[in-house]
Design a protein around this ligand. Structure first.
Ligand code: ADP
Ligand code: CIR
Length: 357
């Protein structure tokens, strides 16, 4: 008899996941015992296993997804598990490829102000992620890798001028009050995310981590959090065009200095499969009291391919009726079209809100 290739620990954890009726993760939905056994003997180029990819989802049953790419080639090596998860999340089938070319191109005059009267939208934020070509993804990063990546990124950001010009703040040097203030202001990532911890993404924290801010605090870059780089453009109100163009401009300029990982089929490579492709999450902070009272906001948002998060980011609660609503799909759509999906959806939600008055 062949020895059982799957460690009993992994099998026990999967059995518990499958038995947990409160769990709705995509990992639970697509990982069968048979599939786990067949993936168990495979490793990525730098020796990462399927367990390295799914540890967070096995540990935390509240995960909505539950899997990360422990290595850039994990999407290929463990494709039998990643592909159906990617297909469901992004509505992107195995025979599809992410659009080629400059995804930022598009007619920006389409993006009119979403809320001229400032009645519904408090703020708008558009972010995208990039992985650096010459560095491994988080779990394989050495301490030196983190420091080198931070240096390369800050050198590139240092070339930005005019309204993009700014300052880099290393997390290591930040006093806790300053850190909390930036988190409360929705600028900085939180430390100690349990999913990222379980995924091996918090090694050597806070070394090599930090945030770049322009002087008006409308353009930010997260360095070495979940992804190597997260570029963010945000401001009060709903002027999508200005916020979109600022992000497009910044990423395009940084691309002259930095080489990013891109896959022919999956587009820009990210640590979490939900961020692949265009990597765009465009969101508004919005109050829609009539729809909230009617109780159909969530189903409406869902039908418009929009995702609702709480007032303070992923896995947070909705406070004082303030919803954060963004596009859900990022892969198979260009950067422009991902933002357009949010724009069109929010426009419809505001119309529905006004009709519900
Ligand atoms: P990400 O968008 O990078 O995936 P999170 O969901 O953790 O990460 O959000 C990061 C921060 O951005 C949180 O503080 C969240 O409240 C804030 N944020 C998201 N959208 C908006 C918005 N439209 N206006 C203001 N802050 C926002
Ligand atoms: C989870 O599985 O819940 C976390 N790893 C986050 C997944 C990405 N989030 C999302 O798009 N909802």
């Amino acid at each position: 008899n062949e020895p059982d290739a799957t460690s009993s620990d992994d099998k026990d954890l999967l059995e518990k996941l499958q038995a947990d009726e409160t769990c709705n993760s995509l990992l639970k939905q697509y990982l069968t015992m048979e599939l786990l056994e067949s993936l168990q003997n495979k490793t990525t180029a730098s020796g990462k296993s399927i367990r390295d990819c799914i540890n967070s989802g096995l540990q935390y049953h509240t995960s909505s997804v539950g899997i990360y790419a422990a290595d850039a080639d994990a999407y290929e090596v463990f494709s039998e598990l990643f592909n159906p998860i990617i297909a469901e999340y992004h509505e992107f089938s195995v025979d599809q490829s992410h659009p080629l070319g400059d995804g930022w191109e598009g007619d920006d005059s389409y993006f009119e102000h979403l809320d001229e009267s400032n009645k519904y939208i408090t703020s708008t934020r558009i972010r995208c992620a990039r992985s650096m070509e010459d560095f491994p993804l988080n779990p394989s990063m050495s301490e030196q890798n983190y420091l080198d990546l931070m240096k390369e990124a800050t050198d590139a950001l240092g070339t930005l001028t005019d309204d993009l010009e700014g300052t880099f703040y290393p997390l290591e040097d930040m006093d806790p009050d300053e850190e909390n203030k930036m988190i409360e202001a929705h600028q900085l990532f939180k430390s100690g995310d349990k999913c990222l911890q379980a995924a091996g993404a918090l090694n050597f924290w806070p070394k090599g981590r930090g945030i770049f801010k322009n002087t008006t605090e409308t353009f930010l870059v997260w360095v070495n959090e979940e992804d190597h780089l997260r570029f963010i453009s945000m401001d009060q109100g709903g002027d999508i065009r200005v916020i979109y163009n600022r992000l497009k401009d910044a990423v395009t300029k940084c691309s002259d200095f930095l080489k990013f990982k891109r896959d022919d089929r999956l587009g820009w490579i990210t640590f979490c499969p939900t961020n692949l492709g265009s990597t765009i999450r465009a969101s508004v902070m919005i109050t829609l009291p009539n729809l909230t009272a009617k109780g159909n906001l969530r189903s409406l948002a869902d039908s418009l391919n929009l995702q609702i998060r709480g007032t303070h980011g992923e896995h947070s609660e909705v406070e004082d009726g303030m919803y954060e609503i963004s596009n859900r799909r990022r892969l198979g759509v260009t950067e422009f079209d991902a933002v357009k999906e949010m724009y069109d959806g929010i426009k419809q939600l505001i119309e529905a809100e006004e009709q519900a008055e």
